[in-house]
Design a protein around this ligand. Structure first.
Ligand SMILES: NC(=O)c1ccc[n+]([C@@H]2O[C@H](COP(=O)([O-])OP(=O)(O)OC[C@H]3O[C@@H](n4cnc5c(N)ncnc54)[C@H](OP(=O)(O)O)[C@@H]3O)[C@@H](O)[C@H]2O)c1
Length: 225
């Protein structure tokens, strides 16, 4: 399979690169700038991994760079993983931060997916790494305005994509990775990236027209909106 992953230089995105190339898939690792860890993986797996830098998913020129750098073979899987979490409370409503999180978490996955639409293989799979914090049903602790609102919007974008792209034979999954120890969480969490990504890859492998448009926990549960 040929797979594009955004935000591939660290955290969950880097682990996707590691596990997919580890089983022989071809990965296009899109990032703003590479890291020693991603470079090291590229050294080990050779031609299975292509790093495309300067891919800021919020900028049209970043998305164009991805299009130009991903080669011409049809794409089987797109994983919109790049994301941002900033604390925004009711007592300190930082509108710029809310906009920034909205652009990266909600708008960018839609723009990237639309920009690659003519590159998808028959039966391609599109994933958005969202968050349970975007679940309205699950929100009983409040706060996190920018992050929660942007991930709820990402869920809605994914659901609409599942309908529109479903007509073209493609499938869509909204993926919650769990509470994962990465830089985003300051190293806190309940699981490590390897366990999180192993679960997510299992869901992607089972994704198809019969279960498109759902919001999945990495443990295989379907989450409420
Ligand atoms: N960790 C968790 O517990 C958790 C829980 C639920 C959902 N998630 C979601 O999982 C995804 C990955 O998170 P993570 O935990 O791996 O976080 P992370 O370690 O902070 O990584 C975030 C990634 O997103 C990239 N990114 C941010 N803004 C970008 C932009 N404008 N253009 C391109 N790339 C950009 C970062 O690249 P730079 O290095 O260039 O900044 C980095 O590669 C996110 O969507 C996050 O919301 C995480």
């Amino acid at each position: 399979m040929k797979i594009v992953i955004t935000g591939a230089n660290r955290g969950i995105g880097l682990e996707f690169c590691r596990q997919f190339t580890g089983r022989g898939d071809e990965v296009i690792a899109a990032c703003r700038s590479t890291t020693p860890e991603l470079d090291e993986l590229a050294q080990v797996v050779g031609e299975k991994l292509t790093i495309v830098e300067d891919v800021d998913v919020t900028r049209p020129e970043g998305i164009a760079t991805l299009r130009n750098g991903m080669g011409t073979a049809p794409l089987d899987v797109l994983i919109n993983n790049a994301g941002l979490m900033e604390v925004v409370t009711l007592d300190d409503l930082d509108a710029d931060s809310i906009h920034r999180q909205f652009e990266i978490n909600a708008l960018a996955p839609l723009m990237v997916t639309a920009a690659l639409r003519d590159r998808f293989a028959q039966g391609a799979k599109i994933c958005i790494v969202t968050s349970r914090m975007g679940s309205i049903d699950d929100n009983d602790s409040g706060g996190s305005y920018g992050y929660r609102m942007s991930k709820a919007a990402a869920n809605m974008a994914g659901r609409s994509l599942s309908v529109d792209l479903g007509r073209e034979g493609m499938s869509v999954a909204l993926l919650h990775p769990g509470y994962v120890r990465t830089r985003m969480t300051g190293g806190n969490g309940l699981i490590d990236v390897d366990e999180s990504v192993e679960g997510l890859i299992g869901i992607i492998d089972r994704l198809g027209p019969e279960n498109t448009g759902l919001f999945w926990h990495t443990n295989g549960e379907v989450l409420p909106w």
